[in-house]
Design a protein around this ligand. Structure first.
Ligand code: A2P
Length: 275
């Protein structure tokens, strides 16, 4: 698909794979979500990511623009009409310093090649699924929580989300509310979905990194879950580098084995995710 768009310069450029922004919501001065139109030909599995971006400013030397692209998890389910994304805003970030200013009607580049490891195909069946996230790492779970397969495959679905402060938890709180009211999965979610948010800096009802409350037993005590093992539990992890490394160690100590699309296992981590 090709279309013409005017960016920061007066010269119209041809934007490849252009999609139109339909909705933008800002949560804090460092977090926002947006929706774009979905290309009719795009098929993806809930939990996957795509490359999203904008054209760079004109290079003063070459006089050219180039696409600035980053991996973004699709934060809406595979059956949805539009595509949702959840993003940080970095003042000097090459892409997000520009992307944070998008408005409905603007265009973004969306490369229609979804990939990723946070998919049902990469996990073997079990009783419970855990979604462990920090910050914008919750995005792929915004897709998987509204995916019917999640509730078909598991008796219990546990979403943990750790952020520095309460304002950063808002996207997740709204997500859980919407999921429980969803026409497709709402009823199942009401009986199966458990939401476990924590803050690490601002005081809240539950404080501490998820890794800390997991290792000291608080998480299991709070959820009244006696055991955690490779037979009953499956996990998906998405967040900061530190979360990924620490969760890998913790899950493997419980005997869980890492899975992949080609070799389903007990847990998966999104390595492409940065933030
Ligand atoms: P903390 O405030 O203790 O660093 P960031 O804002 O830096 O991207 O981090 C997002 C959230 O992830 C914060 O609440 C942060 O906690 C938490 N976090 C960072 N590293 C880890 C880790 N290794 N394990 C668990 N949570 C982590």
């Amino acid at each position: 698909e090709q279309s013409t768009v005017t960016l920061t310069t007066a010269t119209p450029v041809t934007l490849p794979d252009a999609q139109t922004v339909t909705e933008v919501e800002h949560y804090t001065d460092s977090l926002f979500r947006f929706r774009v139109t979905r290309p009719a030909s795009l098929r993806f599995r809930s939990g996957e990511f795509v490359m999203i971006g904008l054209m760079s400013d004109l290079d003063p030397v070459t006089g050219k623009q180039k696409p600035l692209l980053r991996a973004y998890s699709i934060a809406s389910p595979a059956w949805d009409d539009t595509l949702q994304f959840y993003s940080i805003k970095v003042k000097d970030g090459p892409l997000t310093s520009k992307l944070q200013h998008i408005k409905p009607g603007d265009q973004v580049i969306l490369r229609p090649k979804p990939v990723g490891t946070l998919v049902h195909d990469a996990l073997t069946p079990a009783k419970r699924i855990w979604f462990f996230s920090t910050g914008t790492g919750i995005a792929p779970f915004a897709s998987l929580l509204r995916e019917p397969e999640t509730y078909e495959r598991f008796e219990q679905v546990i979403l943990t989300h750790s952020c520095r402060d309460l304002a950063e938890l808002k996207f997740g709180q709204e997500l859980v509310e919407e999921t429980k009211n969803d026409i497709l999965v709402g009823e199942e979610a009401q009986s199966k979905l458990i939401y476990y948010p924590t803050t690490t800096r601002e005081p809240s009802a539950k404080m501490g990194r998820i890794t800390t409350v997991l290792e000291d037993g608080t998480l299991f005590a709070d959820l009244k879950i006696a055991d955690f093992n490779a037979e009953n539990d499956r996990a998906m992890v998405c967040g900061s580098m530190g979360l990924n490394t620490d969760m890998k160690r913790i899950l493997e100590a419980y005997g869980l084995r890492e899975g992949a699309n080609s070799d389903p296992g007990d847990y998966v981590i999104e390595k492409a995710f940065v933030g």
